[in-house]
Design a protein around this ligand. Structure first.
Ligand code: AMP
Length: 115
């Protein structure tokens, strides 16, 4: 989508600090990090949010994103200390970019529950 910032990052039109990439998934550092490691994992193809990832294709996509986030965590040295993977969905979830993304957070002890 032309007006989607994460589509524009995925296409290379907008620069980002990429930490992992496959033809279908991209991982890049969050511009406003909330932890020493804060990476966003997105599908290259536009999907608005987790609630839109339905059916068999949605299952495959969400599994793919989660597995890639875990691989990225390992590659960034987070396995020993641990980390958190979350996806914000819709208004109450605090989603500000309408392109499905997982937040991978680590590098410090994270509080629970989130605010
Ligand atoms: P959410 O609020 O869950 O939709 O998360 C969107 C995230 O995207 C926020 O943590 C922002 O800091 C991050 N963000 C927005 N624009 C960019 C950008 N151009 N590059 C990297 N991260 C971004």
């Amino acid at each position: 989508m032309a007006d989607c910032i994460f589509c524009r990052i995925a296409s290379g039109e907008i620069p980002a600090q990429v930490v992992g990439r496959t033809p279908d998934v991209l991982a890049f550092r969050d511009l406003n990090p909330q932890a020493p490691v804060h990476v966003l994992v997105i599908p290259v193809r536009h999907h608005a949010a987790a609630r839109d990832a339905t059916g068999t294709e949605g299952e495959r996509l969400l599994g793919r994103l989660l597995a890639f986030a875990a691989e990225t965590a390992a590659s960034l040295g987070l396995d020993e200390g641990g980390y958190r993977i979350v996806t914000n969905t819709g208004r109450d979830g605090g989603q500000s970019v309408d392109h499905l993304h997982l937040h991978l957070l680590g590098g410090r002890a994270l509080g629970w529950p989130p605010g």
